[in-house]
Design a protein around this ligand. Structure first.
Ligand code: PLP
Length: 359
């Protein structure tokens, strides 16, 4: 058995194999996306997501093809003139660059990779949209939700977008304070890639209608208004990844049965075990040193002798971890701590790391 501690795609959630079989048994890949069967699937997945994450009833849930697509859609539908981006790694920078490509005149508030924003002197100018990457997968920096609410409270006229691609479903958010929250399913939900999810507030929908009335292009088939029109009928504008939506609804059921509280607690426990190990092992250095910002779901570790050998050694044991991102490729490893990873597997990983460094 291979263990994938990679940060995405990652190890499948334990029940996914069974659900793929049942999808085939029930001919899910052949059902029409305009059928009642599909409408039921759409309804179940969106409602179970709302239940799992305590998303307010009046918020919309839309499907995209990826997290990256969600970034583009949010900018197209919420921004006329300018957006502000908190950038401290590769994914928050991707969001910023997307805004540049769409000519939204974005402004960047930048922190060093691996750091949070408390050491940065900044003021947020008047803006339509403030974008925060809650869990920066490239560096393992997580912004505590309270810090995001503070920004939201100080800027009541701005919409707030939050990237939780690599912290969902662990991260516990007060959605009332947020407008566009998005993730994709190949990370914390342990599903195959190919499905993104956007959670959108009524305020953001209104903004997108306002822009359309002004004559702005908010996208075509995946504009908020098209997505909303079809979502009201429990459908999607295009033929979606029906199999992925089915698997998503099944894993949501499984997680509801375990309860989100239990999932969050065990994520905390496993994270504590990981951080304690790396803090006390002289072969490793944590990239994020400030406990306030250490991600519980994606942990980035400097390997003092270089990461290449250790990644190869683990691979021989059928254990897969991610290398560091870009410039950190040869010096760091990244380890995912998602709901699919059991405490037992984490122990095995740490034991293998001990063997690897003892050589
Ligand atoms: C992986 C990731 C993305 C991109 O998601 P895709 O589904 O690959 O497009 C965006 N933001 C963060 C924080 C990520 O980890």
């Amino acid at each position: 058995m291979n263990s994938y501690f990679t940060v995405g795609p990652s190890q499948l959630y334990p029940t996914v194999r069974k659900h793929i079989h049942s999808a085939l048994t029930h001919n899910i890949p052949s059902i029409s996306h305009r059928s009642e069967d599909f409408q039921q699937l759409f309804f179940q997945s969106t409602h179970h997501l709302k239940k799992l994450l305590s998303i307010p009833a009046e918020y919309s849930v839309f499907f995209t093809s990826s997290g990256t697509e969600a970034m583009e859609r949010i900018l197209q539908n919420c921004v006329d003139k300018t957006s502000v981006h908190f950038v401290n790694g590769a994914f928050s920078d991707r969001f910023f660059q997307t805004a540049q490509e769409l000519r939204k005149n974005p402004i960047k508030i930048e922190a060093e990779y691996g750091k949070g924003f408390d050491a940065v002197q900044y003021t947020i100018p008047d803006t339509e949209l403030i974008c925060v990457t809650q869990n920066e997968t490239s560096t393992g920096v997580a912004i505590p939700p309270e810090d995001i609410y503070t920004i939201a409270d100080e800027h009541p006229n701005s919409l707030i977008s939050v990237d939780i691609v690599s912290s969902a479903p662990y991260v516990d958010l007060n959605y009332h304070k947020l407008d566009c929250v998005f993730f994709s399913v190949q990370k914390g939900f342990g599903l195959p890639a190919g499905l993104g999810v956007m959670i959108v507030s009524p305020r953001a929908l209104e903004k997108s209608k306002y822009l359309e009335n002004k004559g702005q292009v908010t996208g075509t088939y995946h504009s908020f208004s098209q997505l909303e029109k079809y979502a009201k009928e429990n459908q999607t504008p295009e033929t979606p990844n029906v199999l992925a939506i089915y698997l998503f609804s099944k894993v949501l059921d499984d997680m509801l049965k375990i309860s989100i509280g239990t999932i969050r607690e065990s994520t905390d426990d496993k994270a504590e075990r990981l951080y304690t190990f790396f803090k006390h092992n002289q072969d490793f250095t944590l990239l994020v040193k400030d406990g306030h910002y250490q991600s519980k779901t994606t942990i980035v570790i400097g390997v003092n002798k270089g990461s290449k050998n250790i990644i190869e050694y683990l691979k021989c044991l059928n254990i897969h971890v991610s290398s560091g991102y870009k410039d950190l490729k040869n010096t760091h490893i990244r380890i995912a701590n998602f709901p699919t990873h059991s405490a037992k597997q984490i122990e095995l990983l740490l034991h293998s790391l001990e063997l690897a460094t003892a050589k």
